[in-house]
Design a protein. Structure first.
Length: 76
Protein backbone atom coordinates (compact mmCIF):
# COMPACT_ATOMS: atom_id res chain seq x y z
CA UNK A 1 0.00 0.00 0.00
CA UNK A 2 1.15 3.51 -0.82
CA UNK A 3 2.33 5.80 1.98
CA UNK A 4 -0.15 8.62 2.56
CA UNK A 5 0.95 12.22 2.67
CA UNK A 6 -0.55 13.89 5.72
CA UNK A 7 -0.46 17.62 6.37
CA UNK A 8 1.25 17.02 9.73
CA UNK A 9 4.01 14.65 10.63
CA UNK A 10 4.47 12.68 13.83
CA UNK A 11 6.44 15.49 15.47
CA UNK A 12 3.65 18.00 14.75
CA UNK A 13 1.12 15.82 16.55
CA UNK A 14 3.46 15.40 19.52
CA UNK A 15 3.95 19.17 19.77
CA UNK A 16 0.20 19.75 19.50
CA UNK A 17 -0.48 17.24 22.26
CA UNK A 18 2.10 18.87 24.54
CA UNK A 19 0.54 22.27 23.87
CA UNK A 20 -2.94 20.98 24.71
CA UNK A 21 -1.66 19.47 27.96
CA UNK A 22 -0.13 22.84 28.90
CA UNK A 23 -3.40 24.67 28.12
CA UNK A 24 -5.41 22.18 30.17
CA UNK A 25 -2.97 22.60 33.06
CA UNK A 26 -3.47 26.38 32.85
CA UNK A 27 -7.24 26.00 33.03
CA UNK A 28 -6.90 23.66 36.01
CA UNK A 29 -4.73 26.28 37.73
CA UNK A 30 -7.49 28.85 37.11
CA UNK A 31 -10.21 26.72 38.63
CA UNK A 32 -11.25 26.72 42.25
CA UNK A 33 -14.00 27.82 44.57
CA UNK A 34 -15.57 31.18 43.91
CA UNK A 35 -17.41 33.72 45.99
CA UNK A 36 -21.12 33.48 46.72
CA UNK A 37 -23.67 36.16 47.47
CA UNK A 38 -23.24 35.67 51.22
CA UNK A 39 -19.50 35.01 51.55
CA UNK A 40 -16.45 36.54 49.91
CA UNK A 41 -13.51 34.32 49.02
CA UNK A 42 -10.30 36.37 48.64
CA UNK A 43 -8.61 33.39 46.98
CA UNK A 44 -10.19 34.41 43.66
CA UNK A 45 -7.59 37.20 43.46
CA UNK A 46 -4.57 34.98 44.15
CA UNK A 47 -1.44 35.30 42.02
CA UNK A 48 -1.95 31.76 40.77
CA UNK A 49 -5.33 32.58 39.24
CA UNK A 50 -4.51 36.05 37.94
CA UNK A 51 -0.91 35.74 36.75
CA UNK A 52 0.38 32.18 36.57
CA UNK A 53 -2.62 30.41 35.02
CA UNK A 54 -3.21 32.89 32.15
CA UNK A 55 0.50 32.91 31.30
CA UNK A 56 0.49 29.11 31.31
CA UNK A 57 -2.46 29.08 28.91
CA UNK A 58 -0.81 31.69 26.68
CA UNK A 59 2.40 29.63 26.57
CA UNK A 60 0.34 26.54 25.70
CA UNK A 61 -1.47 28.32 22.86
CA UNK A 62 1.83 29.63 21.48
CA UNK A 63 3.23 26.10 21.70
CA UNK A 64 0.22 24.85 19.69
CA UNK A 65 0.88 27.49 17.02
CA UNK A 66 4.52 26.37 16.91
CA UNK A 67 3.36 22.77 16.56
CA UNK A 68 1.21 23.74 13.58
CA UNK A 69 3.96 25.75 11.88
CA UNK A 70 6.77 23.27 12.61
CA UNK A 71 8.34 21.93 9.43
CA UNK A 72 10.78 19.04 9.76
CA UNK A 73 14.20 19.38 8.20
CA UNK A 74 14.67 17.27 5.08
CA UNK A 75 18.12 15.94 4.24
CA UNK A 76 17.21 15.36 0.57
Amino acid sequence: MDKRNFAFGKMNFILLAIGMIIVIAGFILMSGPGSTETTFNPDIFSAQRIKVAPLTCLFGFLFIVYGILYKPKNND
